[in-house]
Design a protein around this ligand. Structure first.
Ligand code: GLY
Length: 370
């Protein structure tokens, strides 16, 4: 494996795994074939699941890498791209393909793509033959920062997003920063929203680094620096997951901006991207935090400035505050009918609050709507 790969451990006892992050991670010739893949796929049947956007770009190369790593067989299954494909029928399709190819309990499913592909493939891996090995190869920044690690798998129901799924940790996660080159700028921006989220929650220094380098990051000017920033962000997520795998407590902090954001996405019938909705949600939460005197206005301004510099939206024209609040009541993170919100206490610190008066929430939402 390339000597300059960043490594992040997700520490879960016997189910611990390492996330590798580097440009040219999968194709580096200096590796002499000793990529982390070999350990997990040698002598096994492998099924690589990818989507119709990614398939033509990278699937052939990844299949060659799998063959070079000594798989017994390596086949590809392509699912149509898009959130509307995130259904149980697609999971069944993956499992049926695995069965047709004769995958057994010792075989391995790999995902190559964004969050939808990794959620669906992880879900299939967790139920096929009562659970087989899973390896995640995220290709979007959003999947590298968020969905690619932590073991949440899932599919949507007509009744709501991610209503079915499992916790199923991968054996390893391979993040090749060069995959990001084929993404449109809007996708990089969306990944940055989750990156900024981790900085606001846990890491004031990372926030400052992003303030100084966001332009380079958006243009992917320095792949090694991009790998270091992704690794720093992943370390925070790994730390949270290691201590609260099943979201009994601290993992819920990762929902910062998401209660507002999911409501906005739902009301706009998912025509607004997740990253854009989370950006508006984080701004709403920061306005609420300032009104509650839990965050300094200067910190909220820094947040907004960084989100703007990332070309992320701060406001949500066209929606009514009361409708957003109503949609937030359906959030599956709520407890006993009470809204649970992540409130920033500054840059690098946040907490979960359950008892915020609804008129305060409505007022904060209203500042950022028509
Ligand atoms: N996407 C939030 C989490 O993994 O918990």
């Amino acid at each position: 494996m390339t000597a300059r790969a960043e490594q992040v451990l997700v520490d879960l006892g016997q189910r611990s795994y390492t996330v590798y992050i580097a440009p040219d991670l999968l194709w580096d010739q200096s590796s002499s074939g000793l990529t982390p893949l070999t350990r997990f796929v040698q002598g096994k049947k492998a099924l690589l699941v990818t989507d119709s956007n990614v398939s033509g770009l990278y699937a052939g190369q990844v299949l060659s890498v799998l063959q070079a790593a000594g798989t017994l067989s390596a086949e590809c299954h392509t699912i149509p791209a898009g959130e509307e494909e995130k259904t149980f029928a697609t999971v069944e399709g993956i499992c049926r393909k695995a069965a047709q190819l004769g995958l057994d309990r010792h075989s391995v499913l790999l995902s190559l793509g964004g969050g939808v592909t990794s959620d669906l493939t992880g879900f299939a891996a967790s139920i096929y033959m009562r659970g087989i090995d899973f390896i995640s190869i995220p290709t979007s920044l959003l999947a590298m920062i968020d969905a690619g690690i932590g073991g949440k798998t899932g599919a949507d129901l007509p009744e709501g997003k991610n209503l079915i799924g499992t916790f199923w940790q991968p054996k390893t996660v391979l993040m090749d920063v060069n995959f990001l080159r084929s993404l449109p700028p809007s996708e990089i921006r969306c990944g940055c929203a989750e990156l900024i989220k981790h900085a606001i929650l846990f890491d004031a220094e990372l926030f400052q680094l992003l303030e100084e380098t966001i332009g380079d990051l958006l243009r992917l000017n320095d792949p090694d620096q991009t790998a270091r920033i992704i690794a720093r962000s992943c370390r925070h997520k790994a730390n949270v997951v290691s201590n609260d795998e099943r979201e009994g407590g601290r993992r819920a902090l990762l929902n910062f901006g998401h209660s507002f954001g999911h409501a906005i996405e739902k009301l706009l019938h998912f025509r607004m991207s997740h990253g854009d909705a989370v950006s508006i949600g984080m701004v709403m939460a920061s306005t609420l935090a300032v009104n509650l005197r839990m965050m300094k206005e200067t910190d909220a301004l820094r947040m907004k400035k960084l989100l703007s510099a990332t070309c992320l939206p701060l406001n949500c024209p066209g929606l009514k505050a009361a409708d957003i609040l109503e949609a937030m009541r359906g959030d599956k993170k709520n407890r006993n009918g009470k809204l649970r919100l992540v409130i920033p206490r500054g840059i690098g610190k946040a907490e979960i609050q359950e008892d915020i008066p609804e008129d305060m929430i409505l007022k904060a939402i209203g500042v950022h709507c028509d």
